[in-house]
Design a protein around this ligand. Structure first.
Ligand code: PHE
Length: 365
């Protein structure tokens, strides 16, 4: 595919500083995009109320990728070639971010993913950043929790073969769990959007696991959990950040009670900075922010702070400033970007019960 020209090289001409955002506002992962967008919007409102950047107001052009990588790539191209945005925020699902990254990199427009955890995303180039941890850490966290806290010896894995995130996370979990002396009995797979998981769950049940690792997205996981329980598979499930959505509990009912997942943030964090964010967000949108809202807010604030520090608001100068992000006070943890443009942060483990997730513990890198 042809790549966009390096539009990031020119300083902005307009009075308003325009950012771009690509989000899954509709489609199978819609709750990811809706939450992220609210977080981004809140950060921009706050920055504008405090005077904007270099005396100019900030605006954001948001494109919906319908939860599809092809749409994400097109939206990123539109942002850099037509809208000539100064930086891009997005996306959540790693497969979408992977599709966008080549466009941003070629255009020399910095891209900051709020929540994509697959390592390959930032390996796309030096203009690609993220404000979250990566899956080699996330997979380790749950493998360790499964071995040491849940005392599991034998587990099965059910992964989404259409998601770079799911494949990568399953692989790390399996490797770490085995290194810690556990045994992975079976790895089954599905494709995002499937509705019948009974064949895979039946195969898993035959191996008699003590737990099942399901690193998928909430919409699939909700159905998987229900069908597992219907088949008499009652052992706890474990997952990653992809479970994070209020929709998970609507879809799963009580089927995930007693299950665990790793995440970026817990609204139960007593830190006053986090509690202020939650109160402001609730006042604006009526619900408690999830991890995506928190990470969208953090990603936008990192970009805005870098714009302020940048020499001339060109892509290269904003890129340079983002790369220097250190001890940045995010609401989903303090952000320091390493030489690979990834944030080094702790993870939270949450337990599902009674239609909600409760904070269990924090695991540091
Ligand atoms: N980490 C997931 C991915 O890379 C996206 C995600 C982040 C989903 C946080 C939910 C919460 O695809």
């Amino acid at each position: 595919a042809t790549q966009p020209a390096p539009t990031g090289g020119t300083p902005p001409a307009s009075e308003t500083l325009l950012l771009g955002e690509v989000s899954s506002l509709t489609g199978s992962q819609a709750s990811f995009g809706v939450s992220t967008q609210r977080g981004v919007e809140m950060a921009i409102k706050e920055a504008n109320a405090a005077g904007g950047v270099k005396g100019k107001k900030i605006a954001v052009r948001v494109y919906d990728n319908q939860s599809k990588p092809e749409e994400a790539a097109q939206a990123a191209t539109r942002l850099v070639t037509q809208d000539k945005v100064l930086a891009i925020i997005g996306d959540v699902a790693s497969s979408n971010s992977l599709a966008m990254a080549d466009k941003a990199q070629a255009a020399q427009v910095p891209m900051v993913s709020p929540a994509s955890t697959n390592p390959a995303v930032t390996q796309k180039g030096d203009y690609i950043f993220r404000v979250c941890f990566i899956d080699p850490f996330q997979g380790f966290v749950m493998a360790k929790f499964a071995r040491e806290n849940l005392k599991l010896d034998r587990v099965a894995i059910l992964q989404d073969n259409k998601s770079a995130y799911s494949i990568g996370l399953a692989e790390v979990f399996a490797q770490k769990f085995a290194e810690m002396g556990g045994k992975v009995l079976a790895t089954e797979s599905f494709a995002q959007g499937d509705t019948d998981f009974r064949a895979q769950l039946t195969a898993i049940k035959k191996t008699k696991p003590q737990g099942i690792y399901v690193p998928g997205y909430y919409n699939d996981v909700g159905l998987i959990a229900r069908q597992a329980r219907e088949l008499g598979l009652t052992v706890p499930m474990m997952g990653g950040d992809g479970w994070d959505s209020d929709k998970l509990f609507e879809l799963a009912g009580n089927a995930l009670d007693g299950s665990y997942f790793s995440n970026h943030y817990s609204p139960q964090n007593p830190d006053p900075r986090v509690q202020k964010f939650i109160a402001d967000y609730k006042a604006a949108y009526g619900n408690t922010p999830d991890a995506l809202a928190a990470l969208g807010y953090d990603a936008a604030r990192v970009v805005i702070a870098a714009m302020e520090k940048s020499k001339d608001l060109t892509g290269p100068s904003i890129r340079e400033a983002i790369a220097q992000t250190k001890d940045f006070p995010g609401v989903a943890g303090t952000i320091t970007l390493d030489e690979n443009r990834n944030a080094v942060k702790s993870a939270a483990i949450l337990k599902v019960g009674d239609g909600k997730a409760e904070f269990v513990t924090t695991v540091n890198p």
